[in-house]
Design a protein around this ligand. Structure first.
Ligand SMILES: [Zn+2]
Ligand SMILES: [Zn+2]
Length: 99
């Protein structure tokens, strides 16, 4: 896969970590793998801005539940240490592996 594929918001992509085939998201942004929850460091300030040039793998290291918003996944880049909070998608099965 190319990293370009990952940059498009809701298109499907192949996970750079586990190789799972991610289908396009229906209701939310597909910015992390539904299976292992890993992401790529493509956002700099806010989820979806796609301003970062890092491109490192981002590891999911904590999970918060924020009422109506549902689960928020905190990702940390294994290349540069940047932390970003992402909303979990409705079909993230990886959530169940952490809980
Ligand atoms: Zn994955
Ligand atoms: Zn990074």
């Amino acid at each position: 896969m190319s990293r370009k594929d990952f940059r498009k918001h809701n298109d499907g992509f192949l996970c750079a970590k586990c190789g799972a085939k991610n289908a396009p998201a229906l209701k939310s942004e597909r910015n992390h793998c539904f299976s292992c929850l890993f992401s790529l460091h493509v956002d700099e300030d806010t989820p979806g801005d796609r301003k970062s040039m890092c491109g490192g793998l981002m590891e999911p290291f904590s999970l918060d539940h924020k009422g109506k918003k549902g689960f928020m996944i905190r990702h940390r880049c294994i290349e540069c240490g940047k932390e970003i909070l992402n909303r979990a998608a409705e079909d993230d099965v990886g959530i169940n592996k952490i809980l």
